[in-house]
Design a protein around this ligand. Structure first.
Ligand SMILES: NC(=O)c1ccc[n+]([C@@H]2O[C@H](COP(=O)([O-])OP(=O)(O)OC[C@H]3O[C@@H](n4cnc5c(N)ncnc54)[C@H](OP(=O)(O)O)[C@@H]3O)[C@@H](O)[C@H]2O)c1
Length: 231
């Protein structure tokens, strides 16, 4: 059991399919005493590419803190610069920088500001990652920027877990693969997929996993059933 008996929760990216499913299920969770949501489109708003605003935005969350659960469900696969790269000849500096900005640098700078708001004792920092960010599991290649930005995210989550657990061994950092979930992010790539989950089903599985897992040293990279994924 990774969560405390009662907790306040924060969901970042609550406008997305998976983020809104987290907010919906946590709103009906009796152990969740207070729920805050953060989305780009709702006041105070935030953009992962504008980290200079993070300190003042996080300041607005202090009244609901400490949080026993922080979920960051942000991320992007298709970027303003285009669809994910399939081949080396498609690599461009700007597109790669965009992927790292939204999937790695933004989320980690946000975590930097949010970490002091985690509850002492049992607490979870859950970041949506992706199985395609696994180096050990990469047998198909492609999606260079997305894969690499999630792999880099995973490495930084592990660094953060080690650092946070020095002060609070019961803090668990999770990098989570939600499954293939119907959403704006996945929609262009669903053709031929046989096992597509609806977001509430994927999130219900993740929340069940939080009740079944026990704290461990370092971060964990898990799927929506709580199964470990090779880094
Ligand atoms: N769906 C899947 O099959 C799947 C599979 C593996 C991993 N994931 C991961 O799961 C997470 C959630 O994905 P999803 O499927 O729920 O996608 P989604 O519905 O497209 O949601 C993405 C969320 O990220 C936010 N976001 C994107 N760019 C942002 C930016 N620059 N600043 C602030 N917010 C930004 C979006 O905000 P707006 O609403 O304002 O755009 C939205 O809240 C992502 O990390 C994704 O990599 C998803």
């Amino acid at each position: 059991m990774l969560l405390p008996d009662t907790f306040n929760a924060l969901v970042i990216g609550s406008s997305g399919s998976i983020g809104s499913a987290f907010a919906g299920l946590l709103a009906g969770e009796p152990r969740c005493c207070a729920l805050r949501q953060l989305a780009r489109s709702a006041h105070p708003g935030f953009d992962l590419r504008s980290p200079e605003r993070f300190a003042s935005i996080v300041e607005t969350l202090v009244p609901q803190s400490p949080f026993g659960l922080i979920v960051d469900a942000t991320g992007a696969l298709t970027l303003p610069a285009g669809r994910p790269e399939k081949a080396l000849r498609e690599l461009e500096a700007g597109r790669l920088a965009e992927a790292f900005s939204v999937n790695t640098i933004g989320p980690m700078l946000l975590m930097r500001h949010l970490a002091p708001l985690l509850a002492r004792g049992p607490s979870v920092y859950l970041k949506l990652s992706a199985r395609v960010g696994s180096i050990g599991d990469n047998r198909k290649g492609g999606w260079y920027g997305y894969r690499a930005s999630k792999a880099a995210l995973n490495m930084m989550l592990q660094c953060a877990a080690i650092e946070l657990q020095r002060n609070n061994p019961l803090t668990q950092v999770l990098a989570v693969q939600p499954g293939t979930v119907r959403s704006a992010l996945s929609q262009p790539f669903l053709a031929g997929q046989t096992q597509v989950l609806e977001a509430p089903d994927a999130v219900a599985g993740i929340l069940r996993a939080l009740d079944q897992l026990t704290p461990c040293a370092g971060a964990r990279f898990i799927d929506n059933r709580g199964q470990d994924i090779v880094w």
